[in-house]
Design a binder for this molecule. Structure first.
Ligand SMILES: Nc1ncnc2c1ncn2[C@@H]1O[C@H](COP(=O)(O)OP(=O)(O)OP(=O)(O)O)[C@@H](O)[C@H]1O
Length: 813
């Protein structure tokens, strides 16, 4: 199991049994008293300040005492009494305000009063956390409070170990702190894992857990859990919808929010500032800030793991004089835990992190939270900044905002009541590290690679940001940003180029369209009154074949008025039945020519038009623009076309209907099929041979002609060359010319020697599909070997169609 159980004392069995029995008796009395005291609580009216004001079991009291927790925080004093009475809770309170104890104490107490203890009792409470680190932290608090006399078996289920090793221990657990993914895995794969008796479900960082990433897992987990249970949701930012609550089957939940009374959404001891920092200045500003705060504990947030790695590696190389750490989701679990432990213990340190460290983590005494990359939304801002100024401590948050992000981001922060003030960076104290980064990129390909990756991921994350009012990709100077990372050039980003080319295409399309509208059109357009969709609708011909809802638009009694109202360009006058308004298909339209369209006027449809499509079984009635458009689509027209007939072509190429074919009896009368086939092949061979003689003669003549022309040309060139060539040798200046010369030489190399075989390419070619192996072996005479040595392998290359036929005829023969 991922964590140690709370139980685990080793005593002789007999003594143990006696002690347990005595304890049970004591507990029974204890439990009854506690039940009564809890029932007597008045959560809404009563004032409960200290933990001692609440009816808690001795082991819990002991645990709180050992941790020196005496006075309750606001959320604790409001939520714990309600939770002890078994209410469902929706708790929202600022970061660092003590939400963890608000659910840990009720979990321990309620299970204790129910005596839901021991392996047989099964799982009594499940606490879900979005990250492993937070789960570990919660488990740690649970262990600290519970280890003074509580007998529950508690476990941590966050993965990282084999399912098998967790399986057995899992079935004995009473309280589990888990990440949703791992919990679901066990629910679906560990048969003996029984959750039917679960009494309490807690979702810490609920808004994150119910978000997209975990939604499916959480929904699936809930399917396994009994509906009758107590459910508690806690988060610093609560933006849950009713649908979420329904999914979780919350019953009349109590809303416990401590934001309402206090105007700001962030802790009192927190000072919040922002600086205007273009992305290309982030590296310099951050470096300078770290240099000026070496005696502090700093937590810096970035938007991607790649940026975290690049900044960590490059700053480390530059020896900043403060221990650097980094954490992101792509690290192994062991490394992440190591980092959180180191940063928790450190006095002065700088941790570069992604949002994996933004929620819930309780690092003691963080002085600064620097949000180097603007957070996706205000909730993320609040969670990040909440890593400092925890539980009445002081702390400071600094947000880096690019000029284009300022307006949008400030608006959103204001909406969520986040008090933040602008401060300026002292330019004198700012040092540029651009050159150092450039050198590093130059010398170390690994750094350069990281830099390129960081650049691309950052740009991609800006591109994918949902809030376009804050993140306007076009406003960032990406070239300068790449240079600020020390990169030799701006990495090419595919999606941006695709976007650009898409836009360019769109623009040029629009341009073409615009230019296609000639001046004449413009004049005509200007002269025409503007026609609306309705005008066009009532201008239609063949209104009697229109859909009913069109007809319904103009009822008998309304006709005239409607005609007046809607008189458009095509309407003649009010007396005319506008259903019969003439509609013209431009006579000069040549669209139809392409499709062999024949237009007539259908007498059955007043003013209507019938188009006879070549090959179509039925004429196509044009009764709407849609149908008219259809005439332009070959594909669509196919459905109106005749499917065609089966025809058989004779030797002269004349088509015949199938029924004209010879019947079976006649065919049989002409002899056996095999004999007929042989006869046919023989006839065909004769025909081919006869044709072959003519074809060969023609081909030879053609080749001779070609050769003659070429020689004439060469002779002419030689004369020209001797005229130009006055001593020097001119080299062909383009590779292409060289290639052309080579080809010509190769093709005709043997031509003079063997006209009959020309053209031949003296070149070894891979064996063709028509060459059998025996062909190669056949006649292993010296002569053949000699020939093959000289000419290697001679393969005819048909040049003309005649050559090809010639070759084919020889092969067939
Ligand atoms: N009653 C208390 N008295 C003293 N310290 C407390 C008390 N309750 C909580 N704390 C301390 O306050 C710190 C913050 O508590 P906790 O982590 O529960 O905050 P949180 O509200 O869950 O924060 P976040 O929203 O960031 O998760 C912890 O270090 C915890 O030990």
């Amino acid at each position: 199991m991922g964590g140690a159980g709370i139980t685990g004392r080793t005593r002789p069995t007999k003594v143990k049994k006696q002690a347990s029995a005595a304890k049970r008796k004591r507990d029974d009395v204890d439990v009854e008293k506690l039940e009564a005291a809890v029932a007597a609580l008045e959560p809404k009216t009563g004032v409960y300040k200290d933990f001692t004001d609440l009816p808690l079991s001795d082991p819990t009291k002991q645990g709180l005492k050992s941790c020196h927790f005496a006075v309750m925080t606001d959320i604790q004093s409001k939520a714990i009494p309600l939770a002890l009475q078994g209410h469902d809770i929706l708790g929202a309170a600022k970061t660092g305000s003590g939400k963890t104890l608000s659910f840990i104490i009720p979990v321990l107490e309620n299970l204790y009063r129910l005596q839901h203890i021991g392996a047989d009792a099964g799982l009594g409470a499940l606490i879900l956390s979005p990250t492993r680190e937070l789960a570990i932290q919660i488990f740690d608090v649970l262990r600290k409070i519970g280890k003074h006399g509580h007998m529950f078996a508690a476990g941590l289920l966050i993965g990282g170990k084999s399912l098998e090793s967790e399986r057995e221990a899992l079935t004995r657990m009473n309280i589990l702190v888990a990440t949703p993914g791992r919990m679901l895995q066990h629910l679906s794969q560990t048969a003996a894992f029984n959750v039917d008796d679960l009494k309490m479900l807690v979702l810490d960082e609920a808004d994150r857990i119910l978000d997209m990433g975990f939604q499916k897992d959480v929904d699936a987990i809930i399917e396994y859990l009994p509906k009758e249970r107590q459910t508690m949701l806690f988060s610093a930012t609560q933006s849950r919808k009713v649908s979420d609550l329904a999914r979780l089957s919350l019953q009349d939940p109590e809303y416990v929010s401590v934001h309402a009374e206090d105007k700001s959404a962030t802790p009192k001891g927190l000072t919040q500032n922002y600086i205007i920092c273009p992305i290309e200045e982030k590296m310099d500003t951050l470096w300078s800030f770290i240099q000026a705060s070496k005696k502090s504990k700093i937590l810096c947030f970035f938007s991607s793991a790649k940026t975290v790695r690049f900044v960590y590696e490059s700053f480390r190389h530059m020896q900043p004089g403060i221990p650097l750490l980094h954490i992101h989701g792509r690290q192994k679990q062991g490394a992440r835990l190591d980092v959180t432990a180191k940063f928790s213990a450190a006095k002065n340190s700088c941790l570069f992190a992604t949002d994996v460290a933004a929620r819930g983590l309780d690092f003691p005494a963080v002085d600064f939270v620097i949000q180097v990359d603007c957070p996706d939304d205000v909730d993320t801002y609040i969670h990040r900044v909440g890593r400092t100024a925890r539980y009445n401590r002081e702390g400071r948050g600094v947000l880096f905002i690019a000029p284009s992000e300022e307006e949008g981001m400030l608006k959103r922060l204001e909406q969520k009541k986040v008090p933040i003030e602008l401060i300026n960076v002292r330019q004198k104290k700012k040092t540029s590290i651009k050159e150092q980064l450039q050198n590093m990129n130059f010398k170390d390909p690994a750094i350069k690679y990281l830099g390129q990756k960081a650049f691309m991921t950052h740009v991609k994350s800006l591109y994918l940001q949902k809030d376009k009012e804050v993140f306007k990709l076009k406003e960032y100077n990406l070239e300068a940003y790449a240079a600020s990372l020390g990169l030799p050039g701006t990495p090419r980003i595919k999606f941006l180029q695709n976007d650009d080319s898409r836009q360019k295409k769109q623009a040029s399309r629009e341009k073409i369209e615009a230019s296609e509208e000639s001046e004449e059109d413009e004049v005509a357009k200007a002269a025409k009154p503007i026609r609306t969709k309705y005008d066009r609708m009532f201008e239609r011909q063949n209104q009697d074949v229109l859909a009913d809802h069109y007809k319904n638009l103009v009822r008998d009694g309304d006709d005239e008025a409607a005609a007046d109202d809607f008189t458009g360009a095509g309407a003649t006058n009010a007396d005319d039945d506008f259903m019969a308004v003439k509609r013209r298909i431009p006579a000069d339209s040549d669209d139809d020519e392409d499709f062999g369209i024949d237009e007539t006027t259908d007498p059955a449809i007043p003013g209507g038009k019938v188009v006879n499509l070549a090959g179509a079984s039925q004429p196509l009635v044009i009764d709407s623009n849609r149908r008219e458009k259809l005439l332009k689509s070959k594909k669509k027209l196919l459905q109106f076309m005749d499917k065609g007939k089966k025809l058989v072509y004779d030797d002269e190429g004349n088509p015949h209907e199938v029924y004209e074919l010879e019947n079976e009896d006649d065919f049989k009368a002409r002899g056996l099929p095999e004999e007929q086939r042989q006869k046919f092949i023989e006839q065909a061979r004769q025909i081919v041979e006869e044709a072959d003689v003519d074809d060969k003669a023609a081909a030879r003549e053609k080749r001779r002609e070609k050769l003659r022309k070429r020689r004439e040309k060469e002779r002419g060139e030689q004369v020209e060359a001797s005229d130009d060539d006055e001593g020097g040798v001119e080299l062909p200046d383009a590779g292409e010319d060289l290639l052309a010369n080579f080809r010509a030489d190769a093709e005709y190399s043997d031509e003079d020697d063997n006209e009959e075989e020309a053209p031949q390419l003296v070149e070894k070619k891979p064996k063709k599909w028509f060459q059998s192996d025996s062909e190669d072996d056949e006649g292993s005479s010296k002569k053949k070997r000699k020939k093959s040595k000289n000419a290697r392998h001679v393969v005819e290359q048909p040049e003309t169609l005649e050559d090809l036929e010639d070759m084919a005829a020889r092969l067939l023969g």
